[in-house]
Design a protein around this ligand. Structure first.
Ligand code: BGC
Length: 369
């Protein structure tokens, strides 16, 4: 079968031939891949960054944001049948640590995990994929157009969950109120897919959402956010450290910029008892200058918390899929589908992985007929 692969550590990108996978155990599911999303991680891999091929081979099939249709199931599979839509998750746990033993591969402590399409296991940029049912999340047919957003949505959901869990563990009001987010001031920094999907989840829970980016207010991403009731902060006009004086402080900050200096300076916009969750993974190793004493003084004197978040558990995928459905009902399927701004046929993989349009939100590669 055809697959899009790289030689890790290089920028050699090619359409290759891989043997078509078939079921080898009763608990496995085979899917026809319909489309696969591209994110910063894929582009970093395609540019020679962090990636690892499966043991014993030179190439790695890319792709971890998959959406597919079941074509065959093993005898022990109970949750899906041929014809159903679903996604496979990304991370496979290590054999030894406690979180992996508890099916929380996303919290692996040894680092000996694998990630499909990223670290040691082929990804989903290919015609077919096989994996165990325990790594499968069903997607209702009504969500077929946006099911490919399930993986980035799971990343946003885990980060919000981490922020809320932090607050519940230390604030009496957050512990007592399941609707704690309702009416809270939330800042989403970086209006890419992760940020906008987080904005969906926060708006669905009644939060007041401001989005920060460095594009014109009239452009696609700020306008998309405004349609779901968010406000826009133009980072070309407001310095990160002036956000608090201009629009006020925030109870929750969700970071998805991947820009280290912005990530540090955003602490300044946090309210008393605020929580700040980071999902951006900055590249490079250039030192940056920050007002360290100011930021740390504030963090302590205002009881603030900072938490990093990567990957997601199956539960975050499930909540994410539910939220995509609720979002379609609330703002219209058309509006949610507009998050996918570019559809490339798989033959156009080079452009999909290397070109970056100014107005893009999610770029996907199409494998389905
Ligand atoms: C993926 C995560 C993965 C992380 C680190 C992200 O792009 O969405 O699932 O854990 O990269 O490899």
């Amino acid at each position: 079968m055809k697959a899009i692969a790289i030689i890790p550590g290089s920028n050699t990108l090619a359409l290759i031939d891989r043997p078509e996978p078939s079921l080898t155990a009763d608990d496995q599911v085979k899917m026809k891949v319909l489309r696969v999303g591209i994110c910063g991680t894929d582009r970093e891999e395609a540019a020679g960054g962090r990636a690892k091929a499966p043991d014993g081979i030179e190439t790695l099939v890319l792709g971890h944001e998959m959406f597919g249709q079941v074509v065959e199931v093993g005898k022990a599979v109970t949750r899906v049948k041929p014809g159903d839509y679903a996604v496979f998750t990304v991370r496979r746990g290590c054999p030894t640590c406690i979180p992996c033993g508890m099916h929380r591969n996303d919290m692996c402590t040894t680092g000996n995990y694998h990630e499909r399409g990223i670290w040691g296991l082929d990804g989903y940029q290919s015609e077919f994929a096989v994996d165990q049912e325990r790594y499968l999340i069903p997607v209702p047919a009504e969500l077929a157009d946006v099911g490919v957003l399930a993986e980035p949505m799971s990343v946003s959901q885990k980060a919000i969950d981490a922020a809320l869990g932090t607050q519940r563990g230390r604030l009496p009001d957050a512990a007592a109120d399941p609707d704690w987010l309702s009416g809270r001031r939330c800042l989403v920094a970086g209006l890419g897919p992760i940020g906008l999907l987080a904005a969906i989840a926060l708006r669905l829970r009644g939060a007041d959402v401001w989005g920060l980016d460095v594009v014109e207010e009239a452009s696609t991403r700020p306008q998309w956010l405004k349609t779901i009731g968010g406000e826009y902060i133009n980072g070309m006009q407001v310095k990160t450290t002036d956000i608090d004086d201009t629009v006020g402080e925030f109870d929750l900050i969700f970071e998805a910029t991947g820009v280290a200096s912005v990530e540090f300076n955003l602490i300044d916009a946090l309210a008393v008892n605020g929580v700040y969750v980071l999902t951006g993974i900055p590249g490079g190793d250039r030192p940056i200058e920050i007002a360290g004493a100011d930021l740390m003084r504030q963090l302590v004197l205002k009881n603030q918390a900072i938490v990093g978040s990567v990957n997601a558990a199956p539960g975050h995928f499930r909540i994410g899929v539910d939220d995509l459905g609720r979002a379609q009902n609330k703002w219209g399927a058309n509006h949610i589908a507009k998050l996918i701004t570019q559809h490339h046929p798989y033959t156009d993989f080079q452009a999909a992985l290397t070109e970056h349009a100014a107005d893009e939100i999610k770029v996907v590669v199409e494998w389905g007929a």
